[in-house]
Design a protein around this ligand. Structure first.
Ligand code: SF4
Ligand code: SF4
Length: 103
């Protein structure tokens, strides 16, 4: 299976956290940060937000619910053939990937 990567548009995330809810509902039928593979970092002083994603997102079979609920259209699930073009576009960045601690 080919890996998929989430990209996001800089400076457009509102921090609403709907993507977290959507991912956790789709994966575990609950609303929770623990069950979601996407998280949102919000700066405590400036209020700016951006998504980060657990590394397993790239292999997860899903219907990309996080992108569907994101009203400003911040998120985009890309195929490998699109990565070069997206990386050349200053409006788009790959969502940073981290390893989520399992409890
Ligand atoms: S990525 Fe979209 S859905 Fe998620 S917090 Fe940002 S604006 Fe909301
Ligand atoms: S692409 Fe799928 S697995 Fe990854 S964060 Fe979005 S809903 Fe969750």
């Amino acid at each position: 299976m080919e890996a998929k990567y989430l990209f996001y548009q800089l400076n457009r995330c509102t921090g609403c956290q709907l993507c977290i809810m959507a991912c956790s509902l789709a994966r575990a039928e609950v609303c929770g940060e623990e069950e979601s593979l996407i998280s949102i970092l919000t700066h405590p002083n400036f209020g700016t937000s951006q998504p980060i994603v657990d590394q397993t997102c790239m292999w997860e079979e899903c219907d990309e619910r996080c992108t569907q609920v994101c009203a400003p259209g911040v998120l985009y699930v890309s195929e490998q053939k699109e990565w070069g073009k997206l990386m050349e576009n200053p409006d788009w960045n790959p969502v940073p990937v981290y390893v989520k601690e399992k409890i």
